[in-house]
Write a protein of this length. Structure first.
Lengths: 294, 318
């Protein structure tokens, strides 16, 4: 985040803090160094107009981009992390959580919203990389599990947008078991024929890749995202040489058969909207559906 | 026998015992009493040494060079084991083995990570670190078990899934993820036992079971203490601290509700007596299978999914 300047400290509202890039500033593209006004960058869905670099954005940004009229209802916002292991590394996990919550205005590394995408009611679980590297702990696992149950109950498609460094180490084996938990729940969704779209963004690695992120009926990636199980540093150290250019990129994964298609964020809403229409849930729900317009 | 640093005092006594036994065998001097005393002393020392192990020492024991591996257990629990090779796509991964075998008259599909004993074997087995082909082979075999209505036993012993170019090219993440999802809904009973190292997704990839057990001197966590140290402390020197912080021992895992039980090992660990360790393991497997064999597949799957769904600690703010 060091590449943009804060104009005034401490006056941003809570919802603005959830945004990755504040308004009213100039941004320098980390890839091509082109300068773009924040307003223009936002209009272009935070994609660099010069080089197509996809800035790392927050769940709020994705909800704004994907949901019709930017309208959605947030679910399960009240779930926050415990500290089951009383974990302490260079600082206590408890302090780390409070610090990160204050700094980001987020409760944890994933938010859930339900709304419409080009008319199709959809539930989206979206990760926030700004919260301890988008790491998966109990909260991320529980929110995904509940999103899956919501999709099953309401017979609506599920989208999970991944952006994660992997496991939340401070929750150790609890974190590991979130892989089992989310995948087991997805097995039920799978059996019921409800569509699940996994959107892979930069970066998607570790335990997230080895669970829900790779289990989509459709695995869809943003361009040039880093997607892999082991991190590039670990692989480099293991094999003792530099990695080939483009290794573990979205394009590499598509080439090797693990991604259905790559879509620029500027076209994401329409392409996903079309796909959702084509595969509309086969069963019509008889159960109650919550009203989402408010 | 190999001895770890903290096992040295035991090694000394065992050497003494061997000498005395040698003298006794020559028949010139009757050393029966000395032998008995030494044996008692060894047992007491073992109880002392292994009774106050640090968590890091437990991790070291899980990697003991003489610790029994999957094939060692197979030799005792299912001597008729027929190994089945290959993922039917590209490869036969050597880090995961699998096949049908009979445990006291009951056919099981037995799948486990396999480590090597010497340098050559270790390389052949890729240190027990499977590639995607290994996880896909495991799933293929589990589906075969499901087809024939046979229960599944997995033996987990891995420092992690293989990190490498080929692993990524062939979809390590996808292979493990698929196993997690598919194992959740397999219609036959699944028993998983961590027999040594249970590191990360590489372990979990064959670890979704109706009963997940840990051997007394095994560990199970999201990362090894060394890698945890390197990431959180940015140095390799905090592995002891990391071993404590991760709560990776069977007792902690059971207390946290993340496993279903612990399987005892012979005094001092399975490496002192692999056959006895295998007997104990077999007894546990039979006991667990007895409790699962008459449960309907619907009920099995439901309980299995519910069990994993309940894992996690969080608060709901009002
Ligand atoms: Zn650019």
């Amino acid at each position: 985040m060091s590449w943009f300047k804060r104009v005034k400290e401490g006056i941003t509202t809570k919802s603005k803090e959830k945004k990755y890039i504040p308004d009213g500033l100039w941004n320098k593209c980390p890839k091509c160094k082109a300068i773009t006004q924040s307003k223009d960058l936002a209009e272009n869905k935070y994609v660099c107009p010069s080089c197509n670099y996809h800035h790392k954005i927050s769940s709020e940004d994705y909800f704004q981009i994907l949901f019709d009229e930017q309208k959605y209802k947030e679910l399960y916002a009240e779930i926050v992390s415990g500290d089951p292991l009383n974990f302490f590394d260079t600082k206590s996990y408890k302090d780390r959580l409070i610090e990160t919550q204050t700094k980001t205005g987020l409760k944890d590394a994933l938010r859930v919203g339900v709304g419409k995408i080009n008319g199709t009611k959809t539930i989206i679980s979206c990760m926030d990389f700004g919260f301890i590297g988008g790491s998966m702990g109990s909260v991320v696992g529980e929110k995904i599990a509940r999103s899956i149950d919501y999709a099953r109950e309401n017979q609506i498609p599920l989208i999970i947008i991944s952006k994660s460094g992997g496991a939340r180490m401070m929750e150790a084996a609890f974190s590991l078991m979130q892989m089992a938990k989310t995948s087991a729940k997805l097995a039920l969704l799978n059996q019921e024929g409800i569509p699940y779209l996994s959107i892979l963004t930069d970066p998607t690695t570790g335990g997230v890749t080895a669970s829900f992120a790779m289990l989509g009926d459709f695995n869809i990636a943003e361009p040039d995202a880093l997607i892999g199980f082991a991190g590039p540093r670990v692989i480099r150290e293991t094999i003792g040489k530099d990695l080939p250019k483009g290794f573990q990129s979205s394009e590499f994964l598509q080439e090797h058969g693990f991604v259905d298609f790559i879509v620029s964020r500027t076209e994401m809403k329409d392409k996903i909207g079309s796909l959702l229409k084509m595969i509309a849930c086969k069963k019509t729900s008889t159960k109650k559906t919550e009203k989402i317009d408010s | 026998m190999n001895y770890l640093d903290f096992e040295k005092p035991i090694e000394d006594l065992i050497e003494q015992l061997e000498k005395v036994k040698g003298t006794h065998a020559q028949g010139k001097v009757n050393m029966a009493e000395t032998i008995e005393q030494l044996e008692k002393k060894i047992d007491e020392l073992k109880k002392d040494v292994y009774g106050k192990l640090s968590n890091w020492q437990r991790v070291q024991l899980s990697r003991h060079p003489d610790r029994p591996y999957t094939m060692d257990y197979l030799q005792y629990i299912a001597p008729d084991f027929i190994e089945l090779h290959g993922d039917r796509v590209v490869n036969d991964d050597k880090a995961i083995i699998g096949g049908f075998g009979t445990i006291d008259g009951q056919t099981f599909m037995i799948i486990g990570q396999q480590k090597g004993r010497n340098t050559k074997e270790r390389q052949f087995r890729n240190f027990g670190m499977a590639n995607p082909d290994g996880y896909r082979k495991a799933l293929r075999l589990m589906k075969l078990a499901e087809k024939f209505g046979k229960p599944i036993l997995t033996l987990i012993d891995t420092p992690g899934a293989s990190p490498g170019l080929e692993a990524e090219e062939r979809g390590q993440g996808e292979a493990i993820a698929k196993n997690l999802m598919e194992m959740a809904v397999l219609k036959v009973p699944i028993i998983c036992i961590v027999i040594g190292e249970g590191a990360s997704g590489g372990a979990l990839g064959i670890g979704i079971g109706d009963r997940v057990m840990m051997m007394e001197y095994s560990w199970y966590s999201v990362i090894s203490p060394e890698n945890c140290s390197s990431i959180l402390w940015r140095s390799w020197d905090y592995k002891e601290k990391a071993a404590d912080a991760l709560k990776l021992t069977p007792n902690d895992m059971l207390k946290n509700g993340l496993i279903d039980g612990i399987i005892e090992e012979p005094l001092g660990g399975a490496h002192y007596n692999p056959q006895e360790a295998a007997e104990i393991l077999k007894r546990e497997v039979k006991k667990i299978f007895k409790a699962l064999k008459d449960v309907s597949s619907e009920k099995l799957i439901e309980s299995r999914i519910n069990k994993f769904s309940e894992m996690g600690v969080y608060k709901e703010e009002v």
